[in-house]
Each structure stands twice: as structure tokens, then as C-alpha cells.
Design a protein around this ligand. Structure first.
Ligand code: HPA
Length: 249
């Protein structure tokens, strides 16, 4: 199926419906890879067509390691999306990436395991090697950064996203190792989503919303889950204005 979808948005923790989406129509897509996290909701936003999918399901019932990333990306592509913004909750490792900061990362280190990482991980499928030197689409990152600027939302350009398995948060030692590796942010859902988007030749960029300082990085001895969701709610409110500007461009 093809339709003119100007942008697909995959919402992470704290973003289960797209605010301000008009004339929403739900689409349940059968995929060769099984069920997506839920229906794709297509509607009008900022005068354009967007497709929204809640990565963890609309009631947050799908854990990061159980998300069917292949079905999600396949469904969006099937519905006609060619540009995807992944909105991801993250922990900040770098000092300037504290709660409520928004980051458009440019690199990834993948620490996940046991996830289906490729569409060719199927009997008889042709093996496809993708170039992943730059895991996010440069032109979409640039457009996203410019949109944030026009929207008056301050975002950090760059940084390395370390993708962990979850659903638990990390130990201080794990974060210390990730910091030594060069990670600036830690999240549980950035991979394999970005790689699968590249396999489908989708433009893909990440809007990372910092919910907390990662283990051992802030002043707190422990990370409060309530605070994570409060910070996420505040950062999530900045997402629609950024995407409205992106769609206007
Ligand atoms: N670690 C991993 N994922 C996260 C975190 C974290 O500290 N905060 C929000 N998502």
C-alpha cells in the first residue's frame, strides 16, 4: 500500500498518543514478521499526514527487549512512510545531558542481545549488508536540528547513544564502562530500530529525551522511576512543536 505520509513517528516511553493529531484513522497491519506494537494511527498534524506508532504499545505493555522492531518498521514502510523519527527516552551520561535535555544523537553503540536485528534473519532471505558508519540519516538530522531551532526548543546536536537490553536500568559499573566506550546517552530501544530503518532505506533520526542521569552520573544514589516519568512528560511536551516545524519545511 502507498499513501502520502510525510513523516512517521515512533513514540517511546511517555509518548503513547500523538498530541494534536487530527482526523486519526487506525491501521492494523499484518506483517511477515508478526505483530507490530499496536495499530499505526494516521492523521493530520501541522497540515501534513503523519503516521504514529507507540513503540511500547499504547498502554506501555511491550518491554524494550520484546518490541517487534521488524514488524514496526515494516508496517510503517508498508503504509508509505519514508522518513521516521524515533522518539526515545534515555539516561544521560555526559554532564550536559541531564534530565529534560533533548538530544539528536549521531552515533550508536549496540549492547543489546537476542533481538532480531535484520530483515534477512529469515530462512532463504537474501543477505543484505548495509553501510552503518553513520547510523542516522544526516539530512534528516540536519532538518530536525533546524526545526528545533525554529521552534525555539534547545537541543544538543550529536552524542553517542548506547543501546542496552533492559528492561532494568544499568549498574554504575556498566555505565562507567559505557562512558569509557564513548557513550553519552543510554537507552533500551535505539537498536535494532535504526539498523532496520536503514535496511528498508528509510530516512531515520532520533529525538532522545533525557529522563534521568544514568546510574552513577548524577548526584542521586538511586534513580527514581517516578522522576523519570515526570521529566519525560516535560520533555515530551517539546516534541510536537519541533515536529510541526520539521513538517513545515
Ligand atoms: N538507562 C536506560 N534506558 C533509559 C534510562 C537509563 O538510565 N533512562 C531512560 N531510559
Amino acid at each position: 500500500m502507498t499513501s502520502s505520509i510525510d513523516l512517521a513517528v515512533i513514540g517511546g516511553s511517555g509518548l503513547y498518543q500523538f498530541p494534536g493529531l487530527e482526523n486519526p484513522v487506525r491501521q492494523s497491519v499484518d506483517t511477515p514478521f508478526g505483530k507490530a506494537s499496536g495499530d499505526v494511527v494516521i492523521g493530520d498534524f501541522a497540515g501534513r499526514r503523519i503516521a504514529f506508532l507507540a513503540r511500547h504499545g499504547e498502554s506501555h505493555t511491550v518491554a524494550p527487549h520484546r518490541v517487534n522492531y521488524r514488524a514496526n518498521l515494516w508496517a510503517l514502510h508498508h503504509l508509505g512512510a519514508r522518513r521516521v523519527i524515533g522518539v526515545n527516552a534515555v539516561g544521560g551520561i555526559r554532564d550536559d545531558m541531564g534530565p529534560r535535555v533533548i538530544v539528536v544523537p549521531e552515533q550508536i553503540i549496540d549492547y543489546t542481545h537476542g533481538r532480531y536485528t535484520s530483515f534477512c534473519d529469515v530462512e532463504g532471505a537474501e543477505v543484505k549488508h548495509i553501510d552503518f558508519s553513520e547510523p542516522y540519516t544526516a539530512s534528516l538530522r540536519t532538518a530536525l536540528l533546524a526545526a528545533a531551532k525554529r521552534a525555539g526548543v534547545s537541543v544538543i546536536d550529536g552524542g553517542c547513544y548506547g543501546a542496552t537490553q533492559g528492561p532494568r536500568l544499568e549498574t554504575r559499573a556498566e555505565i562507567a564502562r559505557m562512558k569509557r566506550d564513548g557513550c553519552d546517552l543510554v537507552g533500551m530501544t535505539g537498536m535494532p530500530e535504526a539498523a532496520l530503518a536503514r535496511e528498508l532505506e528509510l530516512d531515520y533520526a532520533c529525538l532522545a529525551l533525557v529522563a534521568n542521569f544514568a546510574a552513577g552520573c548524577g548526584d542521586e544514589a538511586e534513580i527514581s522511576i517516578e522522576e523519570i516519568f515526570a521529566h519525560l512528560a516535560a520533555a515530551t511536551a517539546e516534541v510536537p512543536p519541533i515536529l510541526a516545524e520539521l513538517l513545515k519545511a
